[in-house]
Structure formats: C-alpha cells, structure tokens
Design a protein around this ligand. Structure first.
Ligand code: DSN
Length: 440
C-alpha cells in the first residue's frame, strides 16, 4: 500500500494497525470472516471506477462490455453452485437485499411479514419495529420456545391466523438446523411467499453441512461475506418453486433492486462475489465448512463442561449463543473482558432476555473466521478454557441495575479489566497461538 502511505499516512497507519489487530486476536463474531487475497485484490481494482446501471446487455451507460462479462460470470457461478434458475448479484448488502424483496412483493402499510423477532435471533430487517421493515409493513413476529428452538407448530398456527403475505425463515443468532421443508409446507398452506435469509449459513449450505432451502422456498437471500467468505455484498436468488408460484418473480426482484432501490451496482464487489463463488466451488471449501461445524461443536462441548448455559443446549452450525445469567455476568461485561484477552465476540440478547439490547444477558460466538486461519479441534479446547478463565476472572463484577449508575461503573470496570493481570496473560497466549495460524 505504498500509494496510500504516501497520500494519506493517517489512514494508512490505521489500516496497518487494524491488520495487526486482526492477526493478533481470535475473531469469533460469527458473522465475520477473512476474505482471500484474491477477493481483496479485485475489490481494490479499477472496477471501482465504473458505472453500470442496468443489467448485462441492458445498460444505461456505455463502456460496459467487460462489466457485462463479469456480472454474467457471477450470476452463472451462483446459479450453478446453489442450483437456482435466477440470481441478482447487485444488492449492496443484506439489508438492501431484503428491502428489495419486500418492495418487489409487498404493499407498504398493508402487507404482512411473518419473521423471527429480533429479540429471539431474527434480523432487524425481518420485521423489527425499529427498522423500515417494521415501520412500513405489518409485522407478525414469532419467538423461540423455552428451549430456544423454533416451534414449527406455533409458526403454523400464527400463519393460519394472520395469513402473512411473506414468511421469512432464517436468523442471525440461531445455533440449530432450520427445517426449511417444514417452513415450505407452512407457506404453501397459507399461500405466502417464503424467503430464506441464509446469510449466516450460506457457506455451510454450499459445503453440505446445513440442508439447502432451495427445494422448499421461493426466494433465497444471502450476504456474501459471512460463512461464504467473499466481499461485503448480497445476492437474491429465485428458485424453480418461486418461478412456479409466480412466473414474474425474477423480473419483479430485478426491478426492485434496480431501479427500485439502488443505482449503479458496485462492479468491484460483483467481481469479488464471482471470485468467492469460484473459491466456494472447490473441495477445500467443503472441508472448510465441515471444520467450521466441528470446531463449533467442540467449543460447545467444552464450554458445557464448564457449566456454560448454551441456548438450545448446543450447536449444529457455526455459532453458539450463551446465556450468562447462571454465571452472574452481563453479556456486555463479558464481551469487553474477552476482547481485552484477545477473544473478540459480541454481546447478544438471549430468548426472553430481561435486559435491554445494549446490556443483554448473553454473548454470541462462532468459528468461521478462526477456521479460515486453520484452527482445529485441539485449539478449540484451549480457546474454551481461556473463555472460562476470563469469565471466572470477572465473576465479581455486577452491572448496576440502576441506569444512572451505569456509566460511572463502566468507566471503572474498563479500567479494572484493562489492567487485569490474568486477562493480559491470556492476551499474550492468544497472540502466540494466532502467530501460528496466519491470515489468508
Ligand atoms: N450484522 C450481522 C450479524 O452479525 O449477524 C447481521 O446483519
């Protein structure tokens, strides 16, 4: 990055520091990953410079012959890999992609969306009242049962009662296999469109470690940067079943993305999606996907041995959701202390969480990024031990229930944690482990 260094030393320095941070810590936020050098190269290429409103062979600007080839390659690779007849690779990211699906199929202030509520692991765009999805459409949220599992009978009852126009299946914090077939039957019964948001598990679906929704749903949306390990971005896929229900579906989706919602696609992002789809078609990616799940299962077993309370009792995929109530530690405090020790996770609400979203009772952690580094079961045992040690180390810390006292407490807590000897020792051990597993 010699040019960046010369032009903007401040940004250069920050990027280099971030590179070092990413090298030295265990990135365990389950939605994060490390894209390959090839993906990063094409993101930083001259493709950034082009405008190409429209779709291949139907552009509003000149000079797009090569961009057409790139977008067609991305489309063809996605179609082959997922087994779908139509794909749109232009959405800037997951939220705009879900927005486009709703705009294509629903009427504002009238249509109903049945989706997993945010507090139980759904995404903001699945109908949270604080997002456009909850403001512009009528929301029918479903929750998880007391074991932290989707209760398909309850979803069906709700669907029969409310007759939603669209049902969204998919989550951001659900550690178990999603029964897409069952969702398909429910949607068919009430004649609703069924959208699978597989952003978290797309890489597992490609790798064969999570069942595919394709035969059962009408539309599949995925971001491209989580388990799929590509650039930031998203794709909307229309299935055979979708085209059978609505022969106009592909056109409606495309029109909703452009010109409905977006302007010119980010062509460097499109090319990077194409590259990551090629990478995901290789045997190594299948092995990667299997290792992601193996690592998560070992972590779940080891943490359970240390009396961590895993929502749903374990994991089938890449992530774990831990309710820390029995450890008497708030999720926000735990996430902060873990970061000081070099283990980066996120605080997260747990089902029926009595605490507010900024100070939730749990943490969410996952294995996609550390598995990309080459970390395997043996290291997972050590990582579980470190997590347990960190939580034990802060076990006397109690977040004040009185809101007014919280900011003072936070300041002191941070100071205490940042100079905690044990945490700083773990940080060094984590760094040593990380030095043996280089980034792509
Ligand atoms: N921010 C993503 C996640 O962490 O799951 C969802 O968009």
């Amino acid at each position: 990055m010699k040019n960046l260094k010369a032009v903007d030393p401040q940004i250069y320095k920050l990027v280099k520091e971030e590179e070092k941070r990413q090298e030295d810590v265990l990135e365990m936020i389950p939605s994060e990953n490390y894209a390959s050098k090839a993906v990063l190269e094409v993101l930083g290429s001259v493709l950034n410079n082009k405008y190409s409103e429209g779709y291949p062979k139907k552009r509003y600007y000149q000079g797009n012959t090569l961009i057409d080839d790139i977008e067609i390659l991305a489309q063809e690779r996605a179609k082959k890999l997922f087994g779908v007849p139509h794909v749109n690779v232009q959405p800037y990211s997951g939220s705009p992609a879900n927005t486009a699906v709703y705009f294509a199929l629903l009427e504002p202030f009238k249509s109903k969306i049945l989706g997993l509520s945010l507090a139980f692991g759904g995404h903001l765009t699945h109908g949270s009242p604080v997002s456009f999805s909850g403001k512009y459409f009528k929301i029918i949220p479903y929750n998880l049962d007391k074991n932290g599992l989707i209760n398909y009978d309850e979803v069906e009852k709700l669907a029969l009662k409310e007759r939603p126009n669209i049902i969204v299946c998919g989550a951001t914090a659900y550690p178990r296999i999603i029964d897409f077939k069952r969702f398909g039957e429910i949607a068919d019964k009430v004649e609703a469109y069924l959208l699978a948001d597989v952003s978290h598990i797309a890489g597992l679906i490609i790798g064969g470690t999570h069942p595919s929704p394709i035969p059962y749903v009408h539309i599949v949306m995925t971001t491209t940067h989580k388990t799929l390990r590509g650039p930031r971005g998203a794709m909307i896929m229309v299935t055979e079943k979708g085209l059978k229900k609505d022969p106009e579906l592909a056109g409606k989706i495309d029109k909703a993305v452009f010109p409905g919602l977006q302007g010119g696609p980010h062509d460097n992002q499109t090319a990077a999606i194409a590259v990551s789809l090629l990478e995901a078609s290789k045997l190594e990616f299948k092995k990667y996907s299997e290792q992601v799940v193996k690592n998560a299962k070992v972590l779940a077993e080891e943490l359970t041995k240390s009396r961590f309370n895993l929502v749903s009792g374990g994991t089938d995929n890449h992530l774990l959701l831990i309710d820390l109530a029995n450890k008497k530690i708030n999720g926000a405090l735990a996430a902060y202390a873990l970061e000081v020790a070099g283990i980066v996770v996120n605080k997260n609400a747990v089902p029926n969480d009595p605490m507010p979203p900024f100070y939730p009772s749990g943490i969410r952690l996952g294995t996609p990024a550390i598995t990309t580094r080459g970390i395997k079961e043996k290291e997972m045992v050590q990582i579980a031990k470190w997590i347990n040690d960190v939580i034990n180390e802060i076990s006397s810390e109690v977040l004040p229930l009185d809101k007014a006292k919280r900011s003072e407490f936070w300041k002191d807590f941070k100071k205490r944690v940042e100079k905690n000897k044990k945490l700083l020792e773990i940080k060094e051990e984590v760094k040593t482990l990380c030095s043996k597993f280089s980034l792509p």
